[in-house]
Design a protein around this ligand. Structure first.
Ligand code: DX5
Ligand code: ZN
Length: 212
């Protein structure tokens, strides 16, 4: 599956972007919320997303790069999000946050920064619907893919399969036409792509290729 990242879209011409996106082969739409505290950048907040979300016919995969993400569960729910991803590094009581997301009627995902090992998921992987592996340090689109991520996908695939977890594996950051096949082969289920899609001459064609 492919989740194009809205962060790389032309926000001055969103209507045109959604025209091709909604008709594309991409399965989800990835939405990056940043607070300038958890990550050194600010993207867009809920007053903006409220309007943007209405344009999408794809399920929304919301990635919160913010401290205390549990405070915003109602806002994410109000967007009509399919899945809410919180960072492991931002949640002191991750088990509680996952339960709160489920109680709100959404799928729950946990995200790991590049320096956070897969092994920290041992006691939570059975409770989550998705694990999002960051393959760049979060905060910006268009960064270079960190190749150590291949090992992490391998380890995570093993952890999920050995625990009977149903979690999907998603990879985010620097994913493009040069690495998507290897990520798939190693067991990634969902790939996020910002620059590789929105920076392409024919974004719909790239979606078609990468969404298989
Ligand atoms: C980075 C974001 C990503 C970003 C990916 O902090 O989480 O979702 O939009 O963009 P690319 O694919 O350009 O690295
Ligand atoms: Zn993201």
């Amino acid at each position: 599956m492919l989740a194009p990242s809205l962060l790389s879209a032309d926000f001055g011409n969103l209507e045109r972007e959604f025209q091709w996106l909604n008709n594309s082969a991409a399965q989800w739409l990835h939405i990056d919320v940043m607070d300038g505290v958890f990550v050194p950048n600010i993207s867009f907040g809920f007053p903006v997303l409220k309007h943007v979300a209405r344009l999408s016919r794809k399920p929304l995969d919301v990635h919160l790069m913010i401290v205390e993400p549990q405070k915003f569960i109602p806002e994410v729910k109000a967007l009509g999000a399919y899945i809410m991803n919180v960072h492991y590094e931002a949640c002191t009581h991750l088990h509680r946050v996952i339960a709160q997301i489920h109680d709100a009627g959404m799928k729950a995902g946990v995200t790991l920064n590049p320096a956070t090992p897969v092994s920290v998921l041992q006691d939570i992987v059975q409770d989550v619907d998705l694990v999002l592996l960051m393959s760049v340090n979060p905060g910006f689109g268009g960064q270079k893919f960190i190749t150590h991520t291949y090992n992490k996908v391998r380890q995570l695939r093993q952890l999920i399969d050995s625990t009977g977890s149903h979690a999907l594996i998603e990879v985010d950051g620097g994913v493009d036409l040069t690495n998507y096949q290897e990520l798939r082969r190693l067991g990634a289920d969902v790939l996020v792509a910002g620059n590789a899609v929105f920076g392409a001459d024919d974004p719909a064609a790239v979606c078609e290729k990468m969404s298989v």
